[in-house]
Design a protein around this ligand. Structure first.
Ligand code: GLU
Length: 552
């Protein structure tokens, strides 16, 4: 009996690997094209750090006319949740980061290199495991859990490196006859790698992000195929990334220490190794220290947080590019209106240590992103968001014509307003423009310099009776406010007043506008007052000013 006979006994139905090598041909892409992937477990949860990986993977693939595919890694069936796959697919869609190949819903997929769900690739893994057994490079292991526990205990007591290797790898030395007999007797088993490594020797490896690293060789006879017939992550990684013709493995740096094993697997399988880029996690400041952004502790670790808050997807993607390459910021300054597609991401420029999460920065980017939207775009996106998350806002937005006027205030000009960072800000941002809301709100009129009841009444009445005219253009309107200031004993220009405040003890034109603004909107900080007046119209203004006077 030889290794081939043992292999046949273990996997009688597995195909020869030449079948798969032939089926999944090298991709016909242009020189330098990057083929990479996003390979999540279907836990339904997408971490911001995973989205970060996707942004990088997708961008590199796009830049080089390559491919980014989605592979569902569901070999650990304990971790699976219902609808886990669709949750991931939808999250990618939400950020315009859908994969070029892979699963498109719970059942269907696109692409020639599938199945893209590992649990459907059992035959493939078994074919490669069979091949290794036939070469004497893998073997069935019959050790029971209790035996392994006992072994670990012994190693621990003797302070020896733990694991299944060297003299500890009991089943490695079974003859093929012994192994065959156990199988025939019906003993259960798993398949292990017969590691050719030696702990004393070092391997050198170049990681695209981490640079040159060296590690001791792997000498562990790791599990390739588990008791349920499914592969371990390590084995599946080697087989899949080979057959799917991945050129670059871009993944979290928690896998960096597995490099010696992975390189060894590629070597024993006779595969060309891909390039590796291990991404540092996104960090968060915590009590003066730093820790990883945590799924358990930080709501903002989940990508659904951004969708729920209504932070535009472009802002999140832009933020992630920002932390990916430190030159992004200066590129953005030089090209404020360029599409993100025009930025060339360089993997070698990614930082070795993890970037610090910064929500202020995200919101700041979001404000800029939204400031460039047209009123119509804002209307559409806010409405889409409101339909899911804020029914009241949805109702408010039913009158599109009016909403467009509100969103149009100080927009479409050279310096558009930057006061909305997320769709969940919109209600608070515009509610005072709606009488239905304003009349129900408890308004706290915070007048600033001018607080005297009579003076305020006089300003408001004079304005409405003598100066207001809906047909005025902005310049005329402003000149009239100045005229009114002068008439009421205030400085026409703030500049003049500053030069000699004693000449105008009552104040200046700005103080007058503040009164008109606060009494009209209940806020001291609003966009352009002229435009607000244009949108509200005479009747509403009259009503609001009366209410304000009553409240004095
Ligand atoms: N399923 C692995 C994970 O979620 C994938 C790592 C990889 O990209 O290879 O961590």
């Amino acid at each position: 009996m030889d290794y081939q006979d043992l292999a046949n006994l273990v996997f009688p139905n597995a195909k020869d690997i030449s079948f798969y090598e032939e089926k999944y041909k090298p991709r016909n892409l242009k020189e330098g094209a990057i083929v990479t992937r996003f390979a999540p477990s279907p836990t339904g949860f997408v971490h911001l750090g995973s989205l970060y990986q996707v942004v990088i993977a997708k961008k590199l693939a796009k830049q080089t006319e390559g491919v980014m595919f989605l592979r569902i890694e569901d070999t650990d069936q304990k971790r699976e949740v219902e609808n886990g796959v669709i949750g991931i697919i939808n999250s990618l869609k939400d950020f315009d980061l859908s994969a070029d190949e892979g699963m498109i819903d719970e059942e269907n997929e696109i692409g020639e290199y599938g199945p893209y769900k590992q649990s459907l690739r059992k035959d493939i893994y078994q074919a490669y495991a069979k091949y290794l057994i036939s070469q004497g490079k893998a073997y069935p292991c019959f050790c029971k859990t209790e035996e392994l526990d006992e072994m670990r205990q012994k190693q621990e007591n003797a302070k020896i490196r733990p694991g299944y290797y060297g003299v500890w790898a009991k089943c490695r030395n079974l003859t093929v006859e012994e192994a065959a007999e156990k199988i025939k007797k019906g003993e259960s088993y798993i398949i292990r790698l017969k590691s050719p490594g030696n702990e004393e020797r070092k391997i050198k490896h170049h990681d695209l992000i981490k640079g040159n690293v060296d590690f001791p060789e792997n000498d562990q006879d790791v599990v390739l195929i588990k008791g349920d017939g499914l592969p371990t992550y390590h084995f599946a990684h080697a087989v899949d990334d080979h057959l799917m013709r991945t050129t670059h493995v871009i993944r979290g740096d928690e896998w960096l220490s597995s490099i010696p094993l992975h390189l060894q697997l590629f070597q024993v399988l006779g595969f060309k190794t891909p390039k590796y880029a291990h991404i540092s996690p996104i960090m968060k400041e915590d009590n003066g220290g730093k820790r990883k952004l945590s799924k358990r502790k930080d709501p903002e670790a989940s990508v659904s947080f951004y969708t729920e808050q209504g932070i535009p997807k472009e802002a999140v993607v832009e933020y992630l590019l920002n932390i990916a390459n430190s030159n992004f910021e200066s590129w953005r300054k030089a090209n404020p209106n360029a599409s993100l597609d025009d930025f060339e991401l360089k993997i070698e420029k990614m930082s070795v240590s993890g970037a610090l999460f910064d929500i202020v920065k995200i919101l700041d980017i979001a404000k800029t992103v939204i400031s460039k939207y047209s009123a119509e775009q804002i209307y559409n996106e806010a409405l889409e968001w409101a339909k899911v998350y804020d029914k009241h806002l949805e109702e408010l937005l039913q009158n599109k014509n009016y909403a467009m006027q509100v969103f149009g205030i100080e927009r479409g000009n050279a310096k558009p307003r930057k006061d909305i960072a997320k769709w969940s800000d919109v209600y608070q941002n515009i509610s005072y423009m709606y009488d239905s809301e304003f009349s129900n709100q408890k308004v706290n009129y915070e007048y600033q310099k001018i607080t005297d009841k009579e003076e305020i009444t006089k300003i408001v009445n004079t304005y409405m009776n003598e100066y207001y005219d809906a047909k005025d253009d902005k310049q005329t309107w402003f000149n009239k406010i100045k005229d009114m200031a002068e008439k009421l004993g205030y400085a026409r220009e703030v500049k003049e007043w500053k030069k000699s405040p004693e000449t105008w003890p009552k104040g200046h034109v700005g103080d007058i506008s503040t009164v008109l603004r606060v009494a009209l909107t209940g806020r001291s900080n609003t966009p352009d007052l002229y435009e607000i007046m244009q949108v509200l119209g005479k009747e509403t203004m009259q009503k609001r000013y009366e209410t304000a006077i009553q409240a004095l």
